[in-house]
Write a protein that binds this ligand. Structure first.
Ligand SMILES: Nc1ncnc2c1ncn2[C@@H]1O[C@H](COP(=O)(O)OP(=O)(O)OP(=O)(O)O)[C@@H](O)[C@H]1O
Ligand SMILES: [Mg+2]
Length: 588
């Protein structure tokens, strides 16, 4: 993954990330204001105590204090109660806000990923994306509910504490502020490294999760290949990468936090030293020095927390960058011409189509390919493996953009047709149809929820190629395992075909959709198909001539070009590649 090699992020990117983060919390301004009020109240009360001590230590107020001792402690107790209430409100509101923002980010991330252009999924592994949904989005929750509250609380204490210190001795305060500013400048270097280390860690973690997901998903294949040990060692390598990135992050973070805290302590020591010399010269009362030292320690501790949470915030921002990176570059929305495909099956015309996959732009897959399928007819596409058959189907589905040439549906360029119309009127059954690990009925109604279950049941009974479903103890409610693992390959294909037929598409694209069926079942499926969709255009990709015998036109594709075309009868004696196939498959 190329993101591992990225240089550390620039300040403008950091600002952009913070801007996006602000966008996430903006809708909850009211609750944030309330939480901030509670925070301000709690932190201010903390700062009252040194002032109370300073006044109590003065000789004139000491006797007054002795006289009203119970009142004094009662007031202090009341202050603690108010502070406790403020603490509760603050932590509750920030915690709830964190969960809310987490849910928003999850939803946004998922929406953004599922609507990405298809080429995106050629470049990213699904496990890696799922990991990002979990771990990267969780960073936002932590950032909002914990870090934000910590930073604000200590930030308030640092600012107010400094103001109060300056009120007592501006000289000493000036010395402190100047040294702290120098420290902040130096720490900028650490912060950059830390943020880059964080990104590396999150990326390595996502890659590890992707590999683990693939290994568990493909457990049967691994077992059959006897490749478990190999998988374990590859996992070990991934894990070592995560370990290294994680340790790198810890090293940067430890150096940063401890360096900052050491400097801070030395600074405090210097200030107290200076303060003592002022007291000895009698320019500062002892009670002021005591209060100053107390404020100093509150400010120092708050600042130390601030610095170390800043380090953690920077780590979270590293992960957040990745979240926003995924949320960005969304699919171009296209609300273009609709109602191009009417009741009758559309005519499809590809002319001089040249195409290479975005993930492998140098490998030409289709080379000036031209073919026309008349509306309402059945076309067959045949050709050697890797010839480009599935690619044509995916181009008609607008999964990818062409390099040159055009695809025209009912005299309209494909790019002018809205995705919504295309998806509503076209059905596709891919080579390896994917079923989801939900019930059969839920798999059948994906994308057409309007159908009533009893209607579906009646229809598939009438079609007669899904009878096996009714022999299952739970019938249509049977839950299929992950990717439909609990039924056979041919049964999966039949469910996928039924899913497509239920949508009553105007254009049906079958890509090796019947390869797992015996010829009797295949004939049945193909005849049902024609009966259910008498006016639709159907494109059948197949290696088997038996699937294409009924086609109105067959296109033979080789190396990304149409090399022969005609009916089965015409081609079988044309002396070309098709005839060669007829002989090999012994079809008359
Ligand atoms: N997502 C992808 N990214 C990059 N290259 C791809 C991708 N899918 C397919 N290819 C390449 O494009 C070429 C054509 O593939 P395609 O799937 O269209 O072949 P096919 O004719 O359907 O073959 P088969 O009969 O084996 O299914 C092949 O060389 C293949 O390696
Ligand atoms: Mg294919």
């Amino acid at each position: 993954m190329n993101s591992t090699k990225r240089p550390p992020l620039s300040t403008s990117q950091a600002r952009q990330t913070l801007g996006l983060l602000y966008g996430l919390v903006r809708p909850y301004r009211g609750r944030i204001a309330l939480a901030l009020t509670a925070l301000l109240l709690g932190s201010s009360i903390n700062l009252v105590f040194p002032e109370v001590i300073r006044r109590a230590l003065r000789p004139d107020s000491f006797t007054l204090l002795i006289d009203h001792l119970s009142l004094f402690f009662g007031l202090l107790a009341a202050l603690f109660v108010v502070q406790g209430g403020a603490f509760f409100v603050r932590s509750l509101l920030f915690g709830l806000l964190g969960q809310q923002v987490y849910a928003d980010v999850r939803q946004r991330l998922f929406t953004s990923i599922v609507t990405k252009e298809i080429g995106f999924f050629d470049r990213h592994r699904s496990g890696e994306l799922a990991a990002r949904l979990n771990s990267d989005a969780a960073l936002v929750q932590d950032l909002v509910s914990v870090k934000l509250s910590v930073i604000l609380r200590y930030g308030v204490q640092v600012v107010l504490g400094t103001v109060l210190m300056a009120w007592m001795s501006w000289r000493m305060t000036f010395a402190i502020v100047a040294s702290v500013l120098c420290m902040v400048l130096v720490s900028g270097i650490f912060v950059r490294n830390l943020r880059a280390a964080s990104r590396r860690f999150q990326t390595a973690l996502a890659s590890l999760a992707a590999f683990a997901g693939e290994s568990f998903g493909g457990a049967k294949v691994l077992r059959a290949l006897g490749a478990e040990e190999q998988a374990v060692s590859v996992f070990g390598a991934h894990s070592a990468e995560v370990l290294e990135a994680g340790q790198g992050r810890v090293r940067s973070s430890a150096a940063f936090s401890s360096g900052a805290s050491l400097l801070l302590n030395l600074l405090m020591l210097g200030v107290v030293w200076y303060g003592v010399s002022l007291v000895l010269r009698e320019t500062l009362p002892l009670s002021d020095l005591a209060a100053f030292a107390l404020y100093g320690s509150i400010v120092a501790v708050s600042f130390a927390f601030l610095v170390s949470s800043y380090a953690e915030v920077v780590q979270s921002l590293g992960g957040l960058d990745r979240v926003f990176e995924l949320c960005g570059s969304e699919t171009r929305s296209n609300e273009l011409v609709s109602e191009i495909i009417d009741e009758k099956g559309p005519e499809i015309s590809c002319s001089e189509v040249t195409f290479a996959y975005p993930s492998r732009p140098e490998a030409m897959v289709l080379d000036r390919l031209s073919l026309t399928v008349a509306g309402g007819t059945v076309a067959g596409i045949m050709g050697p493996s890797g010839a480009g058959k599935s690619s044509i189907i995916q181009l008609i589905l607008k999964f990818y953009d062409l390099q040159s040439g055009s695809i025209v549906i009912n005299r309209h360029h494909l790019e002018d047709i809205s995705n919504r119309e295309l998806r509503a009127k076209v059905a596709w059954v891919p080579q390896d149809p994917l079923l989801f690990g939900v019930s059969i009925i839920e798999n059948l109604t994906l994308g057409c929820e309007r159908l009533e279950p009893h209607l579906i049941e009646a229809r598939i009974k009438e079609w007669g190629f899904l009878d096996f479903v009714f022999d299952l103890p739970e019938g249509l409610s049977t839950i299929l395992g992950e990717h439909g693992a609990q039924i056979s390959g041919g049964q999966r294909q039949r469910i996928a075909i039924a899913r497509a037929l239920l949508r009553e598409p105007r254009l049906l694209l079958l890509d090796e959709a019947t390869s797992g069926l015996d010829s009797e079942l295949e004939d049945k499926v193909l005849s049902v198909l024609r009966k259910v969709l008498p006016r639709s255009t159907v494109i059948i990709v197949s290696h088997r001539l038996s699937s294409l015998r009924g086609a109105d036109t067959v296109f033979l594709i080789n190396e990304g070009r149409v090399v022969e075309q005609g009916t089965h009868e015409e081609l079988k004696s044309a002396g070309g590649l098709y005839q060669h196939y007829t002989v090999r498959q012994a079809i008359g």
